[in-house]
Design a binder for this molecule. Sequence first.
Ligand SMILES: Nc1ncnc2c1ncn2[C@@H]1O[C@H](COP(=O)(O)OP(=O)(O)OP(=O)(O)O)[C@@H](O)[C@H]1O
Ligand SMILES: [Mg+2]
Length: 385
Amino acid sequence: MTGKSPGHLGVHQLIDDGRTRIIVCCGSGGGGKTTIAAALGVRAAERGRHVVVLTVDPARRLAQSMGLTSLDNTPRRVAGVGAPGPGDGEPGSLHAMMLDMKRTFDEIVEAHADPDRAAQILANPFYQSLSSSFAGTQEYMAMEKLGQLRRADEWDLIVVDTPPSRSALDFLDAPQRLGKFLDGRLLRLLVAPASFGGRTGLKVLNVGFGLFTGVVTKILGGQLLRDVQTFVSAMDTMFGGFRERAEYTYRLLRAPGTAFLVIAAPEQDALREASYFVDRLETEGMPLGGMLVNRVHHPRAAGLSAARSLAAAETLQAQPPGHSSALAGVALRLHAERMKQAASEQRLTERFTGAHPLIPVAQIAAQPEDVHDLDGLRALGASFS
Ligand SMILES: Nc1ncnc2c1ncn2[C@@H]1O[C@H](COP(=O)(O)OP(=O)(O)OP(=O)(O)O)[C@@H](O)[C@H]1O
Ligand SMILES: [Mg+2]
């Protein structure tokens, strides 16, 4: 989409290209999705685009630095970000929001049910636990929110962070899992006795369902079963299926203008997981923008090899204890460690590129400390290629 050569991911090209409308930052836990999503947002806004960043569970200090002090589920303008664009001189802008999973779910209910019914659903204990704790709800709601932001059409670039799942694949699987569950046969069976009740022709069937319900009641408890039944019959009349909504967002994710960025630390497990994930994106026909290897170390004095550095440290160790060169010895050993780490990071990155030669890759330097303010995000963005 950006005309870059295979092998190298041009992050600037990607964010400057007006055809890029959605960037999804994904990858396994702790790789830097939230930080990079925010840094991409700041960078793109300062290069003249109108950007909204949807973050999920950002660290407190990072959230505060973007003016996100409460979970209000609406995009807020980030003060102090946005500068004349490179070409036409138009200033860009950045909005940011934190995903409030439960609030997003509540809003869907409120938008699709009349006020009485909405109140009934919102008060339902089964709904309450589903909307705040079902595995996959967060992933589903992130997608839902993305759909809403896209429909609002107020921004020319949406950057989406994804939930802190153990596996990156959860993001693709969870919405369907949740959709299937809500649309699913189990729930329909649970509701069935209530809707069939009283019809004489269905007596035999009713006995079967009655037995079934009896078993489920024993397992789940009667109150919970009643909660589920009222919840599902209320939801059922409300809107045409969660699965269809998940499918809408899937289409959005596959549309031209979307780019997935897979983010991984230069570590074996993270890169292995990233490998599965890029294969999966390909199978699903999702547009992969490229791979970002994050927190790569580039030691200073890279001209001094680990071996020479260690040899020099050995020589210094021969000096009498307390000699001032003891400190130099420590520094040399530290340098040797860093050189080894950097070599291992490069090796692992090359292994990934070898296995996926057509996937554009960029490396992002490890910053000297955690990234938790706008200046930190700017510095990170400045290291993008
Ligand atoms: N390039 C970098 N240099 C230094 N620190 C970084 C870099 N990228 C991310 N970090 C730090 O790593 C930590 C984890 O990053 P982040 O929260 O963005 O990861 P995540 O993928 O969103 O995690 P989760 O899966 O839990 O949501 C943060 O403290 C962040 O400041
Ligand atoms: Mg995160």
